[in-house]
Design a protein around this ligand. Structure first.
Ligand code: NAP
Length: 479
């Protein structure tokens, strides 16, 4: 009596072979296309290949351990599978067809006698499992999804404050995750520029995008730390196309110099992620005389993004992702006091106002840059367990720690906005866990059209006056 069951299923999709191979061979993404899988984890460092190992947690409550034993790029991969219930050998073969790519999945399972007998009593169970897996794979590769529309339920939860705040925790992440669609976009050769990529959610986003094969420019202020991160990311992902650009994003001279270097290099930018951030207490000024929250969280991203517009416009499906915070819901932009010079200073208020300003810019750029096909969106990472939160908000960190999400979970929406095909179809919105949220929940935070124009005017003036030639002249006049 045989204890083995063999499955042999195929699909054909209208995508080039190398794109299909890149997506499926990164096997940890199986949770996007196999409906029986809860989560895939890559256990080994480096690019997918012989020796790569994965732990696949099944929704049924057990795990599978995959080891790649044969790997031929764009052709096939053969894996040994171990678990407490069965062992298997699975082969995935890839071939080009006139209409795209055929994926053939051949698996031989060896079950204990009792399970094999059950399969004979209920024939077809394994066939159905195989078919639904391949259907999931086809759907993922077809990549034909629409961005989620705004939801009244979410907007109401935000307005009621506490239900909205609950969504910032890891529980909110887990609840939203169930509705997500696969991201099978092909990012090899796409260029991502990420500020604040040496720590927290920026680092997690850089790792994820590097895992997709994108070319990454890590913008960082500390050379030693940045080089260490760069080496680590290369080793973890096997992606050699990761490089460092140094800039203190609160110093406009650095921001202009960074923009000038990127423009001179001329490499189109597919993804610009304005993520660098910090919260400052007490009030601090940069050597250039700007209040630090304003400089780092608003003026820096404004100047960088404005100056990089030509490189964004030259990309295939360009995206700007601005990393904001739910804190902005509590503040209106103060156009006559952008640098928090009046009244009692609060770091949290200055931070929230700067984030509010970046939300306004998100909407403005979305509208004005649509002619260049640039999608500009903003996101909130939720409350993530990062060095930034631990250092700047120790009391908050202590109380909320059990509910904080991981940096990877906080970075997910950043990556989705930058990478997914459907996110390129929407612009000017605010997102948390791949879901649209209103940009205001209280009336008192809404700015008038006049205030908006004044903000844009002030920022533009500062862009001009801080460009190196003008800044030099100004310094000479002051001297
Ligand atoms: N974590 C959360 O719960 C949360 C919630 C809402 C919003 N956010 C936003 O998420 C973003 C990342 O925060 P995080 O929590 O991941 O914090 P983090 O762990 O402290 O990371 C902040 C990153 O920004 C960089 N950075 C800070 N000041 C900089 C400067 N002057 N020039 C260049 N880079 C600078 C840091 O570089 P160094 O490594 O050199 O310090 C680091 O790479 C921020 O914009 C923050 O406002 C986070």
């Amino acid at each position: 009596m045989s204890n083995t069951i063999t499955l042999d299923e195929s699909i054909t999709v209208a995508r080039p072979l190398h794109e299909v191979f890149a997506y499926i061979s990164e096997f940890s993404r199986i949770d996007e296309w196999d409906p029986g899988v809860a989560r895939g984890h890559k256990l080994t460092d480096g690019a997918a290949g012989v020796g790569s190992e994965y732990r696949i947690d099944m929704k049924a409550g057990f795990s599978l351990h995959y080891t790649v034993i044969e790997f031929e790029t764009d052709k096939r991969m053969l894996m040994d599978v171990g678990s407490s219930l069965f062992t298997a050998r699975e082969e995935i073969r890839f071939s080009s067809t006139p209409s795209g790519t055929t994926v053939r999945y051949i698996a031989q399972f060896t079950f204990p006698r009792a399970i094999a007998a059950a399969n004979r009593v209920f024939p077809g169970i394994m066939d159905r499992v195989g078919k639904s897996t391949m259907e999931g794979m086809k759907k993922a590769l077809e990549d034909n999804f629409e961005p989620p529309a705004p939801s009244r339920k979410l907007a109401l939860a935000d307005r009621l404050v506490l239900p909205g705040i609950w969504r910032f925790t890891k529980l909110g992440y887990r609840s939203s995750r169930k509705r997500w669609k696969p991201v099978s976009a092909f990012l090899e050769n796409r260029h991502a520029v990420i500020t604040g990529a040496t720590s927290g959610v920026g680092l997690a986003a850089a790792k994820e995008l590097a895992g997709f094969g994108a070319h990454i420019t890590l913008v960082a202020r500390d050379r030693t730390k940045a080089n260490a991160v760069c080496r680590e990311l290369r080793a973890q992902t096997g992606n050699p196309h990761i490089r460092v650009e140094l800039a203190d994003m609160s110093l406009m001279a650095d921001v202009h110099a960074l923009a000038a270097r990127l423009l001179a290099a001329g490499k189109p930018i597919d993804m610009l992620i304005n993520n660098a951030g910090a919260l400052f207490n007490p009030r601090q000024q940069t050597p250039e005389g700007f209040e630090k929250s304003f400089a780092l969280l608003l003026l820096g991203p404004y100047i960088l993004t404005e100056r990089l517009r030509p490189l964004l416009a030259a990309a295939q499906s360009p995206r700007v992702v601005n990393v904001l915070s739910g804190g902005m819901y509590s503040q209106k932009i103060k156009v006559n006091d952008l640098q928090s010079a009046r009244g009692t200073y609060s770091g949290s208020v200055a931070y929230a106002r700067a984030k509010r300003g970046l939300m306004i810019l998100t909407e403005e750029w979305a509208q004005n840059w649509s002619e260049d096909g640039i999608a500009v969106n903003a996101m909130h990472p939720g409350w993530a367990d990062t060095p930034g939160v631990e250092n700047s908000l120790p009391a908050f960190y202590c109380v909320t720690r059990p509910f904080l999400r991981s940096p990877q979970e906080g970075a997910d929406t950043m990556v989705w906005l930058a990478a997914s095909t459907e996110a390129g179809k929407v612009s000017g919105k605010f997102w948390l866990d791949r879901e649209q949220h209103p940009s205001h929940i209280f009336r008192f935070t809404r700015e008038t059209a006049e205030e908006r124009n004044q903000l844009l005017h002030t920022l533009q003036e500062l862009l001009v006056s801080t460009t190196p030639a003008k800044a030099k002249k100004r310094a000479r006049r002051r001297a």
